[in-house]
Design a binder for this molecule. Structure first.
Ligand SMILES: C[S@@+](CC[C@H](N)C(=O)[O-])C[C@H]1O[C@@H](n2cnc3c(N)ncnc32)[C@H](O)[C@@H]1O
Length: 277
């Protein structure tokens, strides 16, 4: 049995460590899985002013690169060096002119009023002080700039996302727990909290709409998915080989309700959040 481990409270440590490694290794699988979010987040919106775009928590860059295929100047910002390295590599491979900067979006000194659009796919739920972060992002925007991001609804609406930890918990008393009040995947599950954060940070015309997006990944990628992402990779390396194999087998079986032939299918229950600077 492994020692008690906890989810690193420090997001820099997490995203430059276990989480950054997992997301980078699984980049192709994750991008195919979350591809349905691309058009939704990068498309032109009614009244969308022209000008530079900023992708918050851009990670390995899928959304930034998708947006940069148009005519806008696009910049991805992230705290994770391994994920940004992958993003820059993909920009080079695809011959796309996009900028990627390593910085904390909560505190980075953007040029005031310099951006016309902000987007994010699951990259805005990790701030220590979300009101300060969204006020900082608003300061980076010109008047009338539009922000659109996707964030997860509650764990209960997203059983796929918690299957691994629920299945593994009886075998692993030391499995870290999520802090429902801290930064993390489900930090924006409460739409009233999101509304309050955005209005306190000076955003207006706030819209928060539920979206249910069908997602798929090949069955052959399932083990790689749950051993690299979420809570399990925080503890798997510390287990002896026998227990690790038992955990993996148990978790794989727990995903059976989502398996449909060669594909794993689930619904991503999210909020599509819009606001204007
Ligand atoms: C769930 S991943 C999403 C990555 C990417 N948007 C995607 O959809 O593939 C969350 C990302 O937010 C980044 N992140 C967390 N806190 C951040 C902060 N304060 N400033 C900038 N990026 C941050 C992480 O490093 C990570 O790349």
């Amino acid at each position: 049995m492994g020692d008690q481990v906890s989810v690193p409270a420090d997001q820099q440590q997490l995203w430059n460590g276990v989480a950054g490694k997992g997301w980078t290794e699984a980049q192709a699988v994750l991008d195919a899985m979350f591809a349905p979010f691309e058009d939704l987040l990068t498309g032109i919106l009614p009244g969308d002013p022209d000008g530079p775009l900023l992708d918050i928590g851009c990670g390995t860059g899928a959304l930034t690169l998708a947006a940069a295929r148009g005519t806008r100047r696009c910049t991805g910002i992230d705290i994770s060096e391994p994920m940004l390295a992958r993003a820059r590599e993909r920009a080079r491979e695809q011959g796309i002119a996009a900028d990627f900067i390593r910085a904390d979006a909560e505190t980075h000194r953007f040029e005031p009023g310099s951006h016309a659009r902000i987007i994010s796919r699951f990259g805005v739920m990790f701030f220590d002080d979300p009101v300060r972060a969204f006020a900082n992002l608003r300061g980076a925007c010109m008047a009338g700039a539009r922000m659109r991001f996707a964030a997860w609804r509650a764990p209960a609406a997203n059983p796929f996302m918690t299957t691994a930890e629920r299945a593994a918990a009886p075998l692993l008393p030391a499995l870290p727990k999520r802090d429902p009040d801290g930064p993390g995947q489900f930090a924006f599950a409460d739409p009233y909290k999101v509304q309050a954060i955005l209005s306190q940070s000076g955003w207006s015309s706030i819209g928060i709409a539920p979206i249910d997006i069908p997602c798929t990944l090949p069955v052959r990628e399932l083990d790689g998915y749950f051993t690299r992402l979420g809570l399990l990779p925080l503890i798997l390396p510390s287990l002896d080989a026998g227990l690790r194999a038992e955990v993996i087998e148990t978790v794989r079986a727990a995903f059976a309700p989502f398996v449909d032939g060669e594909q794993v299918r689930f619904t991503a229950a999210c909020w599509l959040v819009d606001a204007t600077a």
